[in-house]
Ligand binder design. Structure first.
Ligand SMILES: C[S@@+](CC[C@H](N)C(=O)[O-])C[C@H]1O[C@@H](n2cnc3c(N)ncnc32)[C@H](O)[C@@H]1O
Length: 515
């Protein structure tokens, strides 16, 4: 256990005032200059406020469990969790700090971050340099190596740009916020996984009183820059770098906004963070944007896709590859290709039956209920054909009090960067019109921020029951590079939808949707 030795650093503060949890509390307040000292004591780093001459402090914070928020150019808020040593006050405590000027404020923030992150006491430094003294729910569920790659991915502007360039996605969020101004006006908003800060800026445009933009990756620094460059909104946005499972906020939120959707809605397991943010930050009956998500599934028939996947393993049929027989691995290669869900945009006419839906209400679902999702399947075939697997897509609802709005990733709708997902079975099923297809889709979460997909489909032809099953890894999809297809010229396609589809192609967001 190593403690880096630092000299005490000291700041003169214009005034401080304690933010009390209830109006009956006597609040500590110093309207004359106060001295703030960072230093280590009792084996961990502390921030003490008191008179310069005094050796004892009026008030002291344990930096391991404290957070600092910028409220204005020269005003900040320091919040500390209720600690073991502070049991009689079983709630967080906060001090509002008034600096002499912006420069002092900046220097103080810098020192705070340094003292907080560089002194290691009970925890160990995480790869990104942040010190953690206790494991959070996120750390318990997710492998450190996966989280590291995930936040590295989102820390890069090119990947945020990819999402921003998905105009169906970003435009629908914008419309949902602006058309439902009433839900944001004068409200405290928390942006869960803020990325570039775009949704925080939308919320501020809609008149939010204050937005707390929480972002765990290095993107938080870019978000600060972007927000600072929009001065008419920046005063009302505070970027907080950290995980929603770990950071503390000075107030409760009236509304949460987030874009936690991955491929098949649940990939990346960020919905769980969204739900945890709800339980930690949202007032009872507060709003959530999005409010509800739905996974839609339907059987499909696609001989081309099936042959393409089956043929990939032909390579392993060679018996004389530089004198080596490759066939011992042929079966494994074949199974490997079928274990990859296919991500692309497909023609909805490939669907063999109307879709069924699984609803996830973000306002009420328990976080644990997202660990395993079980969807019983029952369809009626509309054609005589071969079924090659199950097609999946999702949509989410922004249940605004003025205009409810859906964001859909359905086949045939303007394509998004999520495209659609298809689970292809190695054994197709033969069906006749009107025939029943039954089965089960089970999604089981794993520690690499994704899910194992178990799919079973059955149909009876004559007296013969055909069953086909597959096990796929949502973390390892096959990104099948294809543009939205020519079927978009279908009669029922609205001209504005066509225009949107063309726009996406010309703006060219990448097919890679995952970290
Ligand atoms: C899909 S992106 C959306 C970014 C932005 N809100 C937007 O709409 O463009 C999700 C973001 O959430 C962040 N994130 C994911 N899990 C998080 C967590 N547990 N705590 C904080 N940020 C998280 C990621 O780093 C990423 O930047």
């Amino acid at each position: 256990m190593e403690v880096s030795k630092q000299k005490e650093s000291q700041f003169e503060i214009l005034s401080i005032a304690e933010v009390s949890a209830s109006s009956s509390d006597t609040s500590f307040c110093k309207s004359e200059p106060v001295c703030a000292r960072f230093g280590s004591g009792s084996g961990f780093s502390k921030l003490r406020f008191g008179q310069e001459s005094e050796t004892s402090a009026d008030i002291a914070f344990d930096l391991r469990i404290s957070q600092l928020f910028k409220l204005g150019p020269a005003e900040s808020l320091c919040i500390s969790e209720a600690s073991e040593a502070n049991k009689e006050k079983a709630y967080s405590r906060g001090i509002s700090i008034q600096f002499k000027n912006e420069e002092e404020s900046r220097a103080f923030h810098c020192a705070f971050e340094q003292w907080k992150t560089e002194v290691v006491v009970q925890g160990s430094p995480l790869p990104n340099g942040v010190v953690s003294t206790s494991k959070s729910k996120f750390d318990d569920k997710i492998e450190a190596s996966s989280a590291k790659m995930y936040f590295h991915y989102y820390g890069q502007l090119l990947h945020q740009q990819n999402m921003l360039q998905d105009f169906v996605r970003t435009g629908t969020y914008y419309a949902a916020v602006i058309e439902n101004r009433a839900d944001f006006l004068g409200r405290v908003v928390v942006d869960v996984g803020a990325g570039s800060g775009i949704l925080s800026l939308f919320a501020a445009q809609a008149g939010a009183k204050h937005v707390y933009a929480i972002e765990a990756s290095e993107m938080a620094e870019y978000a600060k820059k972007l927000i600072a460059g929009n001065p008419s909104l920046s005063e009302r946005i505070t970027v907080i770098k950290g995980k929603v499972e770990e950071v503390e906020l000075p107030v409760k939120a009236d509304i949460l906004i987030s874009e936690p959707m991955g491929t098949l809605l649940v990939n990346e397991r960020m919905l769980e963070s969204y739900v945890i943010a709800r339980d930690r930050f949202l007032v009872p009956n507060g709003k959530m944007f999005p409010t509800v998500g739905r996974i839609h599934v339907a059987p499909f028939s696609d001989e081309y896709l099936y042959m393409e996947i089956a043929n990939k393993a032909i390579f392993w049929q060679q018996q004389g590859y530089f004198g080596v027989d490759l066939t011992p691995l042929q079966r494994s290669a074949y199974e490997g290709y079928f274990s990859q869900p296919v991500v692309d945009a497909f023609d909805p006419r490939l669907l063999v039956a109307p879709a069924i839906s699984h609803v996830i209400n973000f306002t009420s679902i328990k976080e644990e209920d997202l660990y395993e999702i079980d969807i019983p399947l029952r369809f009626t075939s509309s054609a005589s054909t071969r079924i090659h697997g199950l097609a999946c897509w999702f949509d989410v609802l922004f249940n605004g009090s003025t205009v409810p709005r859906w964001l859909t990733t359905a086949p045939g709708a303007p394509t998004t960067h999520w495209y659609q997902l298809r689970c292809v079975l190695s054994q197709p099923l033969y069906v006749m019109p009107g025939q029943e297809i039954t089965g089960r889709l089970r999604l089981v979460s794993h520690k690499a921020q994704s899910y194992t997909i178990y799919l079973r489909l059955s149909a009876t032809v004559g007296d013969v029951l055909q069953t086909s099953s597959g096990k796929l890894d949502l973390k390892e999809p096959y990104y099948r590079m294809s543009q939205p297809q020519a079927y978009s010229l279908a009669q029922d396609q609205q001209p504005n939808q066509l225009l949107q589809a063309q726009l996406q192609v010309s703006q060219g967001f990448e097919i890679t949707t995952n970290f």
